[in-house]
Design a protein around this ligand. Structure first.
Ligand SMILES: [Zn+2]
Length: 646
């Protein structure tokens, strides 16, 4: 992870008045004092819906009486609830089954009666409550609920596709812009003639119903229609840490683009209804409201008639298999990446280690391994460009949009000081031993336990699993890691090892070593999802070092076998049980001695190495199913007499 220092002097800043053209003078009010995230104003402007920092409850405040009601405290109902045009609250809860799969349920709550009703039965994958022209759609992958027989047109996104469903139920798939890491937050204009969405790493796009781009409004997040010509969105001023986050008003034609919230407020999560704009303050969760002196969209009456559940004819997933959202850290070789130029003796050159490179190599490897194991995956980036340095809100929204069972963020660690250590660290949202989202601790333990079995590296300490609220206590109450914040998937961030330990950095320069870390992560996930042993093929991995030659680095901070000089560029042959040469592996020249043979059927293998006058033979048995990674750290002795070949 990046080293982040948050300014925690917010209380000292004083909030300046943000009156700007478009904002009604003196209209700023506080609706909720604290812990109100993802605020939603009712269509009549009389109610506000919000969630505390961990999504564990959904709260509703009557703005006339000031009375606060808990809508639900079961199944993480917070973060993505909405109001329908009928004034009812629609929200989705999640339940994690014993096999780790997350099932989601659609609810409807009527504030006038206090009646709560399940309207869509539990199903696996993504389930989201979305606004339609005259109603609400709870969009599941298997079944869909519509709040009335004819709710009108609606839109949703999946991956880098925009879907438009017209009033007759016909769906069209559009791709108005390419080169995006995924589309988010799509919505139809109040008059139904335009559709707006945010393309991650690209920005807010408005297009017509055929997908022809009308305007591109730049890097804003969570856009919503104020009326047919004006849009409300948030920006983070290019700062992934949200330090500059503000609420903006802009016109579809791009002529008006201006902030309407004060810079010091750090405003996030805007939405608009009844001619008002509501948003939250990033740390306190205070919910604020502004009124605009612009005519709002006409009120759309809710469609009448009984709600209806429809079956999805051709679901994307035929079976309920585990789905993993992979976040290979931050992208781009920018200043926030952790770059270390490394003098590597074997390569006789300075090699440039970037955390963003090894994170991506691990992430792409994990994606492929999981798919081979029958999992479904989604991923936040596939390349390493500046545009891949996604905003944290985008990553979290992409994960939610994927309908995944777990969120998995891949990083490596650094002490930031002179001290050298090396161990795997899993971080989950919440306090130590008390994750904010159930399942996160089990996931972290399963993955870290497996990570610690890696024998190619030298661990200086035992693995750890920590809650980020406990780990980063100096960041403020329940602040924690940005990428886990506002994320209600069971999830974790893996700090696989310490890249500022020189031999480890040299190993991380090797793609196969990164692959091995991903492989171990997948085995941890197999355990989490109760699928251990389902995948039969195994791995042989190890290092080759001299038993009597030592590293000559100036940096003598070396532990255990890392004192020994690794072999560079040697050729390793793998023979199967019938004596047939099945693989050849060439060690790299980055002073790590790493070798990895992947996807091996069960068999008795023989490893063979010739290096100058020396040679090595080793027999390795790969068993089917369980414990199917076999480690061999081999040593070569100088001027060893060649053994007799059998
Ligand atoms: Zn990192």
């Amino acid at each position: 992870m990046r080293r982040i220092y948050l300014t925690l002097f917010l209380s000292l800043l004083g909030v300046a008045c943000a009156v700007a053209a478009g904002v009604k003078s003196g209209s700023e009010t506080t609706l909720v004092d604290s812990c109100g995230f993802f605020p939603q104003l009712s269509p009549d402007g009389q109610w506000v819906l919000y969630s505390p920092t961990d999504a564990t409850s959904l709260m509703l405040k009557n703005l006339s009486s000031g009375a606060v009601t808990t809508v639900s405290k079961v199944g993480y109902p917070g973060f993505d609830a909405i109001f329908g045009p009928d004034g009812k609250v629609y929200y989705v809860t999640q339940q994690r089954k014993k096999n780790g799969l997350v099932y989601r349920t659609g609810h409807c709550y009527d504030p006038s009666t206090g009646r709560d009703q399940v309207v869509l039965k539990p199903q696996h994958g993504r389930v989201q409550a979305l606004r339609a022209a005259a109603g609400v759609v709870i969009n599941g992958e298997r079944q869909i609920y519509r709040s009335a027989p004819n709710v009108g047109a609606w839109t949703y996104t999946r991956g880098s596709m925009l879907y438009l469903v017209d009033a007759t139920g016909v769906t069209r798939a559009l791709q108005p812009v390419k080169d995006s890491n995924g589309y988010l937050w799509s919505s139809l204009s109040p008059d139904g003639t335009k559709v707006m969405f945010e393309a991650a790493s690209h920005g807010v796009v408005v297009c017509d119903l055929n997908g022809s781009v009308i305007s591109e409004l730049g890097e804003f997040l969570m856009p919503s229609w104020y009326n047919d010509h004006y849009i409300i969105a948030m920006s983070n001023a290019g700062n992934p840490r949200l330090a500059g986050s503000r609420i903006w008003l802009m016109s579809v034609d791009g002529e008006t683009i201006k902030p309407i919230s004060a810079k010091e407020e750090r405003a996030v999560q805007p939405m608009t209804a009844a001619g008002k704009v509501v948003y939250s303050l990033l740390y306190s969760g205070e919910v604020r409201q502004l009124e605009l002196d612009i005519r709002p969209a006409d009120f759309v009456p809710a469609a009448t008639g009984k709600g209806k559940v429809m079956k999805v004819k051709d679901p994307v997933s035929k079976k309920d298999v585990p789905r993993v959202f992979i976040n290979p850290g931050h992208g781009g070789h920018d200043s926030d990446d952790r770059h270390v130029p490394t003098w590597v003796i074997g390569a006789r050159d300075t090699l440039h280690y970037y955390e963003s490179n090894s994170n991506l190599t691990k992430g792409l490897a994990l994606e492929e391994i999981l798919q081979n194991k029958g999992y479904e995956t989604a991923i936040s980036r596939r390349t390493n460009k500046t545009e891949d340095d996604l905003d944290l809100f985008e990553i979290v929204a992409l994960a939610a949009n994927s309908g995944a069972d777990i969120f998995f963020s891949i990083h490596s660690n650094a002490t930031g000081i002179e001290k050298r250590i090396n161990f795997p660290l899993g971080l989950y949202r919440g306090w130590d031993g008390k994750p904010a989202v159930e399942g996160s601790l089990q996931l972290s333990e399963a993955v870290m336990k497996q990570a610690a079995t890696n024998q190619l590296t030298v661990w200086t300490h035992d693995r750890r699993s920590r809650g980020d609220w406990s780990f980063y206590t100096n960041w403020g109450y329940q602040v924690g890691l940005g990428v886990l914040r506002f994320n209600k998937l069971p999830g974790m961030l893996s700090e696989g090892s310490f890249h500022d330990y020189l031999p480890e950095r040299e190993r991380l320069l090797n793609d196969n070593y990164c692959w091995l870390e991903a492989w171990n992560q997948s085995v941890g996930m197999d355990e989490y999802f109760g699928r251990k042993g389902k995948f039969k093929n195994g791995v042989i991995a190890g290092t080759i070092r001299w038993s009597d030659r030592y590293r000559q680095d100036d940096d003598r901070r070396l532990f255990g076998e890392d004192e020994l000089k690794p072999l560079n560029g040697a050729l390793l042959r793998l023979y199967n049980g019938r004596g047939v040469l099945s693989r050849i592996y060439t060690l790299d020249i980055y002073d790590n001695g790493v070798f990895v043979f992947t996807n091996l059927p069960k068999d008795k293998y023989k490893l063979e190495l010739y290096y100058g006058n020396e040679d090595l033979y080793e027999t390795v048995k790969v068993k089917s199913g369980k414990n199917n990674t076999v480690y061999r750290n081999l040593k070569l002795k100088t001027d060893q007499k060649p053994k007799k070949k059998k």
